[in-house]
Design a protein around this ligand. Structure first.
Ligand SMILES: Cc1cc2nc3c(=O)[nH]c(=O)nc-3n(C[C@H](O)[C@H](O)[C@H](O)COP(=O)(O)OP(=O)(O)OC[C@H]3O[C@@H](n4cnc5c(N)ncnc54)[C@H](O)[C@@H]3O)c2cc1C
Length: 460
C-alpha cells in the first residue's frame, strides 16, 4: 500500500498530538491537527503574560527514563535545551530542615546505596526496613507492580509495616509530585513501577529542566517541523463529536458545526475530553470504550512566586512533605531563560514555581488565598531566609482535569492505542504505556498510535 495519499485527523495539539503529527508527516501521511485552544502544548503549554514573563501549565521535570522523548528532541534538534541536574532528590521540611538522597555512579542497585546509608534524616534501621519491603520487587521486577494494583500505596505500605515517617516525609510528596494525589488514593502499582524503574536503571531518576519555555523547545519546533512538511494546524478549533456509523468513524463534528473527514482519526485528547466527544453508540458498544468513563483527570494548581531575595540556591527539583507545595523549583537557578521579572533579567532574587496539591479543596479558594497559603508553606520551610522577604509577583494556573488519576484497579481501563474501531486510534498520557501520564508517556503513546496506523495502512 502507498501511504502517500492517506489522511489522518489528529484531535488535540498537546505533546501526544504534536508527536503523532511529526511521525505521520515523516511517513508521508496528509496530517491535520485540530486544537481547541489558541496555544499548543496542552498540559506542557507555556505562554508569556502581559508583563513579558513566561507562565507554564506546570513545572516540568525531564526524567532520565524518557528515552522516547529525547529521541524526538534530537530529531527536532532541541535536545541541547535539556539541562541535566545533579542526580539527587532534596526534601525541604518545616523549620528549615532538609535531607537529600544522593546516588553513586555505579551499576544498579548499588547506585542507590548512599540514599539508604546516609541521607541525613531517616535512620539506617528505617531505610533497611523499607529496603526489605522491596524484596518482592527486586525478585519479580516488573511482574510485581501489576499484582498490587488493587491496593492504594498507603494500604500496601501498611501491609509492609514500614514506618509512618517514611510515608509522611518521603512518599507523600512523591505521590503528590507524580500524580497530584496522596498515598491514600494512588494505586500501589504506579509507585512500585516507578521505584522498579529507578532501581533497575541507574540514570532513570536523574532529572533535567528545559533551559527555557516548552513553547520554544518543544511545541513550536514540533509544529514548525511538521508544518514545513505539509501538515496543517488549526487552533481555536474544538471537536464536538466523533461521528460513528456502520462500525467506523465517518467524520468529526466541530463546535462550529463543520464536519471534517479523513482516512484515520487519532484522538490525542485528555481522557475527560475524549469521554465528552465519544458518541453513546460507541460507549455502549463494548467494554473498551465503556470502560473509559472510569478514568478521570486530577485537579492541580500551578503557582509562581517571585521573592526579592534568594531563598533557595538549589539548582534542582525540591520536594516538601509539609504544607501544600509537594514539588517545586527555583526557576531562577534551574531554568536560565526564566531568570526574568516583568521581562527584565535579574540576579539575587527567587522565582519559585510550585505544583500545588492535593488541589481538590484548594480549587474552590480565591487566587489570593492560594498564593497566601503557598507563601506560608515557603516561609515554614525557609524561616531564616524569608524573615524579611517580600513577594514581588505571583501567577496562578488552575487545571481542573490534569493527568488521569491512577487509582487502584484503573489499569484495566487504560486503553491500548489501537481500538476495536478500524479507523480510530488513541494517544495521550492516559492510554496504556509504560510512563503513565507524563511527557514520556505522551510521546510513547503517540509512537504506538502511529505504529497502529502504519499497520492498519499496510493491511488495507
Ligand atoms: C502541573 C503539571 C505538572 C506536570 N509535571 C510533569 C513533569 O514534571 N514531568 C512529566 O513528564 N510530566 C508532567 N506532567 C504531565 C504532562 O504534562 C502530561 O502527561 C502530558 O503533557 C500529556 O500530554 P497529552 O498530549 O497526552 O495531553 P494534553 O497535554 O492534555 O493535550 C491534549 C490537547 O487536546 C486539546 N483538546 C482538548 N479538548 C479538545 C477538543 N474538544 N478539540 C480539540 N482539542 C482539544 C487540549 O487543549 C490539549 O492541547 C505535568 C502535568 C501538569 C498538569
Amino acid at each position: 500500500m502507498s501511504t502517500e495519499k492517506k489522511s489522518v485527523l489528529i484531535l488535540g495539539g498537546g505533546l501526544a498530538g504534536l508527536t503523532a503529527a511529526k511521525r505521520l508527516t515523516d511517513r508521508g501521511f496528509q496530517v491535520r491537527v485540530l486544537e481547541k485552544r489558541e496555544i499548543y502544548g496542552g498540559k506542557v503549554s507555556s505562554w508569556k503574560d502581559d508583563e513579558g514573563d513566561w507562565v507554564e501549565s506546570g513545572t516540568h521535570c525531564f526524567f532520565g527514563a524518557y528515552d522516547v522523548l529525547y529521541d524526538l528532541m534530537k530529531e527536532i534538534k532541541t535536545y541541547h535545551a535539556v539541562l541535566w541536574k545533579e542526580h539527587q532528590l532534596t526534601y525541604t521540611l518545616e523549620g528549615g530542615k532538609r535531607f537529600t538522597f544522593n546516588t553513586w555512579d555505579m551499576p544498579s542497585p548499588l547506585h542507590l546505596l548512599p540514599a539508604i546509608v546516609k541521607n541525613g534524616y531517616f535512620t539506617f534501621g528505617e531505610m533497611a526496613f523499607f529496603s526489605r519491603s522491596l524484596i518482592p520487587l527486586a525478585l519479580k521486577q516488573a511482574d510485581y507492580p501489576p499484582t498490587q494494583d488493587h491496593l492504594t500505596f498507603a494500604e500496601w505500605a501498611e501491609q509492609k509495616k514500614f514506618g509512618s515517617r517514611l510515608m509522611d516525609k518521603m512518599f507523600r510528596p512523591m505521590a503528590l509530585a507524580l500524580k497530584f494525589i496522596p498515598p491514600e488514593e494512588i494505586s500501589a502499582k504506579i509507585i512500585l513501577d516507578v521505584t522498579e524503574t529507578f532501581y533497575r536503571i541507574p540514570g532513570s531518576s536523574c532529572m533535567g529542566f528545559l533551559k527555557g519555555a516548552p513553547q520554544e523547545y518543544l511545541h513550536q519546533p514540533l509544529l514548525d517541523y511538521s508544518a514545513s512538511r505539509g501538515a496543517v494546524f488549526r487552533n481555536k478549533t474544538a471537536v464536538d463529536e466523533l461521528l460513528f456509523d456502520g462500525g467506523e468513524i465517518r467524520g468529526v463534528q466541530l463546535r462550529n458545526g463543520e464536519i471534517l473527514t479523513a482516512d484515520y482519526y487519532l484522538s490525542a485528547l485528555p481522557i475527560h475530553d475524549l469521554n465528552r466527544i465519544l458518541p453513546p453508540g460507541l460507549k455502549s458498544r463494548d467494554r473498551f470504550f465503556g470502560g473509559l468513563s472510569n478514568l478521570e483527570g486530577v485537579p492541580v494548581i500551578s503557582v509562581q512566586i517571585w521573592y526579592d531575595r534568594e531563598i533557595a540556591s538549589d539548582d534542582n527539583v525540591l520536594f516538601s512533605p509539609d504544607g501544600i507545595i509537594p514539588v517545586y523549583a527555583n526557576l531562577a537557578r534551574t531554568t536560565p531563560e526564566y531568570r526574568t521579572l516583568r521581562g527584565e533579567p535579574f540576579s539575587g532574587k527567587t522565582r519559585f514555581e510550585f505544583c500545588v496539591a492535593p488541589a481538590r479543596e484548594l480549587m474552590k479558594l480565591s487566587r489570593e488565598e492560594i498564593i497566601r497559603q503557598v507563601d506560608l508553606s515557603v516561609r515554614a520551610c525557609y524561616p531564616a531566609e524569608t524573615h524579611r522577604a517580600k513577594v514581588l509577583k505571583s501567577t496562578l494556573v488552575k487545571i481542573p482535569h490534569s493527568v488521569y488519576a491512577p487509582l487502584p484497579n484503573m489499569e484495566q481501563y487504560r486503553p491500548t492505542q489501537c481500538t476495536p474501531v478500524r479507523n480510530l486510534f488513541l494517544a495521550g498520557g492516559f492510554s496504556r504505556q509504560l510512563y503513565y501520564d507524563s511527557m514520556g508517556g505522551a510521546v510513547m503513546s503517540a509512537n504506538l498510535a502511529v505504529d497502529g496506523i502504519l499497520k492498519a495502512g499496510a493491511r488495507e
